[in-house]
Design a protein around this ligand. Structure first.
Ligand code: MOS
Length: 697
């Protein structure tokens, strides 16, 4: 007997790396498809009103144009389908709900013809006055019954007003976060092909199984009649969590012209046709004793929704469980505006919410004269304060301590605005990070071949994060074979029911099913006296029951973010010198890809803190910036010395593999750490993101 080297925990390079760097990896738009045609959307130039006429005469006269789709003539979708967002009801109505909405589309035999013809379609409107500006006192704002994580829009525990009135020390401040645009490297792209009543989509998305189900419902098809293929994806960040309107448009167009249709959004189209992160206006009031123990937390977030769909980011959900306080009130309010429906975006809700909460905690620390690391440690709860359930594991304090040690925090002078290095004012800040650990049922198939190799099939996708690699490691260990003998097949709806790559749940959800299938296969093989017959052996596993039987625990990931910034005392220029994150997220399956995920997320946090903002133009009714010249994202020169570390967290009450989701944790708290460091450097508290030169004094 030889022992097989364990795969999990090894810093394996990506199994699809060579394919990607040689250009062999195929993305949605790249599948060679005979008889292909192209669709180009015509977008609304008003933010609210009605389409009165679509004049396609000029467009139809252009060479190569096959058809012009418009609200009156586009095929009908099943708008009664349960669970399908009205955002996907493309060309089903003449009503315009936001600027940039698809109001017509041209299908042509070349991309150039489609684009030129789309520009010549004349759309007439009956416009109505629009309202695209979020205000804290918006007259139509209301508390939704539920927010996106399923929890109520309003929760109060204890008597917050009484506790605030009685508190020895209080803070009360309002924080704002702007619209942010997802901007994955690969814009949304789809190839749609019909064969009778079967639809195939090569689509860049975060969950082929879910995408197929939604598209089947929308087109009134059997769930098995839709195949969605997503072999390689160049980032999604939430925006590819479910199909968006361009994918629906491609399927509609392909139905009409009875030929395959391609769509690939331009970078500029991404800003209007793909949902953004909702801006927030958040007021946080804290009450505490002189000992630093929180007695009251009141957190209210006002956010926009569209006129057509209620979407309520879980902006206050972290606040319900971060700190021990006897009185906690959390409220989300939604203001219906004439904007596109916002959606999931890079740790939705938790990211803007924790910017506000972790800034407020820093303000309280200053008020009390207590070190901000120590203040957080003093408010560590025994049980989940929101649910009363025990945590499966909670590594916040350990992350704060380890981060403080590595960062050199103990040498910090708490006085703000006093450290100078030449022109520069220098400061350091800390914030906590948190993300729930979600798991969804999945299925997987494991197959043994007579030649001693194994094939594992799971309806997973790899957004570029390394899921394909981590799942190969999980399978190899479960089968107790070297990973070279395992081949993984992912990226298709027909591979079976599976979680989507969102909410940081992918690898833990799929990994569980993969582990279960592989273990069952080993038993099957030993049932055949260890000999795999000529036809191979195959087993299917489903984790639905396992999840149902899991203990009622509060499962979350935590982290501590540290930052050092410098601010030019003359110009206000802000640079981040150093960032350091320490995370507690269960067993880390692959330290190489995990580190990249943490660093990538921290970079997005830096980008949020200093750069990213969708500028809403009230008159125009849309974003004034809609390309990378006007919408800035952190690039290499913005990213300082950055370190990601993690604790060796063993939590055997998660899933058999022991991993928690890590994709989103790294962005949460980053912006607050930078804003807190900015205050420490300058003595100026900036409560509105991004922190820009004009806000720095
Ligand atoms: Mo992520 S924003 O939950 O896909």
């Amino acid at each position: 007997m030889t022992t097989v080297e364990q795969s999990i925990g090894a810093p394996l390079t990506r199994v699809d790396g060579p394919q990607k760097v040689t250009g062999a990896a195929r993305y949605a738009y790249e599948f060679p498809t005979p008889d292909i045609t192209y669709v180009w959307p015509v977008q609304s130039t008003i933010a609210r009103g009605r389409v009165t006429e679509v004049d396609a005469t000029a467009a139809l006269a252009l060479p190569g144009v096959l058809t012009v789709l418009e609200p009156g003539t586009a095929p009908r979708l099943n708008t009664e389908a349960e669970g399908v967002s009205a955002d996907l009801f493309v060309l089903q109505s003449r009503e315009v709900a936001y600027h940039g909405q698809i109001v017509a589309a041209v299908v042509a035999t070349s991309l150039e013809s489609a684009r030129e013809a789309a520009a010549s379609v004349r759309v007439s409107y009956a416009p109505e006055p629009h309202d695209v500006v979020l205000r804290a006192d918006h007259e139509a704002a209301y508390v939704p019954e539920k927010v996106t994580d399923g929890s109520p829009g309003f929760v109060e525990r204890g008597d917050v007003e009484a506790a605030l009135a009685a508190a020895a020390v209080r803070t009360d401040a309002t924080y704002t976060t702007p619209v942010e645009h997802v901007s994955p490297m690969e814009p949304h792209a789809t190839i749609a092909s019909w064969e009778e009543d079967r639809l195939t989509l090569h689509d860049s998305n975060q969950g082929p199984h879910m995408a197929a189900q939604l598209m089947a419902a929308l087109f009134g098809l059997d769930p098995g009649a839709v195949e969605v293929v997503a072999e390689h994806i160049g980032g999604g960040f939430g925006s590819k969590g479910i199909p968006r309107s361009p994918a629906v448009l491609a399927a509609l167009a392909a139905r009409v012209v009875a030929r395959p249709v391609k769509i690939a959004l331009t970078r500029q189209q991404m800003f209007a046709l793909v949902p953004h992160r909702a801006p927030t206006i958040q007021r946080i009031r804290l009450g505490a004793g002189r000992d630093g123990r929180l007695t009251a937390i009141d957190h209210e977030s006002v956010q926009p929704r569209s006129r057509i769909v209620e979407f309520a980011d879980q902006t206050v959900s972290s606040t319900r469980m971060m700190y021990a306080a006897p009185a906690v009130r959390t409220t989300v309010k939604l203001a219906p505006l004439d904007v596109m429906t916002p959606a999931w975006f890079r740790a939705p809700g938790h990211t803007p919410g924790m910017f506000a909460l972790e800034s407020a905690v820093d303000e309280l620390a200053c008020e009390l004269g207590i070190d901000p690391v120590e203040l957080r440690v003093r408010n560590e709860p025994e049980l989940d304060p929101g649910t009363g359930k025990p945590f499966s594991s909670r590594g916040l304090v350990a992350c704060l301590r380890e981060g403080a040690r590595r960062f050199g925090w103990e040498r910090r002078d708490p006085a703000p605005g006093v450290r100078r290095e030449g022109r520069w004012l220098v400061g350091t800040g800390v914030a906590a990070s948190h993300h729930p650990d979600y798991t969804m049922p999945s299925t997987a198939v494991a197959r043994a071949e007579p030649d001693g190799t194994f094939v594992v099939r799971v309806g997973a996708v790899d957004l570029g994060t390394g899921a394909r690699t981590a799942l190969t490691q999980v399978a190899a260990d479960a089968l107790a074979v070297p990973r070279e003998r395992v081949r993984l097949e992912i990226g298709r709806a027909s591979l079976g029911m599976a979680a989507f790559a969102g909410g940081s749940m992918g690898t833990s959800s799929w990994g569980w099913a993969v582990h279960k299938a592989c273990r069952a296969l080993l038993e099957e093989v030993s049932g055949h006296a260890g000999v795999v017959p000529d036809g191979g052996l195959e087993v299917v596993a489903d984790t639905t029951e396992d999840l149902r039987e899991r203990a009622e625990l509060s499962r979350h990931t935590f982290g501590a973010q540290f930052a050092q910034v410098r601010v030019d005392g003359d110009t206000g220029e802000i640079r981040v010198d150093r960032m350091l994150g320490v995370f507690a997220a269960g067993r880390i399956l692959n330290p190489r890809t995990a580190r990249s995920q943490f660093l990538g997320a921290m970079t997005m946090g830096l980008s949020m803190a200093l750069l990213e903002v969708g500028e809403v133009d009230p008159g125009f009714g849309d974003f004034a910036n809609h390309d990378f010249a006007g919408y800035h994202i952190a690039a290499n020169a913005d990213v300082p010395r950055m370190e990601a570390h993690w604790l060796d967290e063993r939590d055997n009450r998660l899933n058999p593999v022991g991993g928690k989701g890590i994709g989103e944790l790294g962005i949460v708290g980053t912006a607050a750490a930078i804003a807190n460091a900015f205050h420490h450097a300058t003595g100026v508290r900036v409560r509105d993101l991004p922190i820009r030169i004009e806000r720095s004094r």
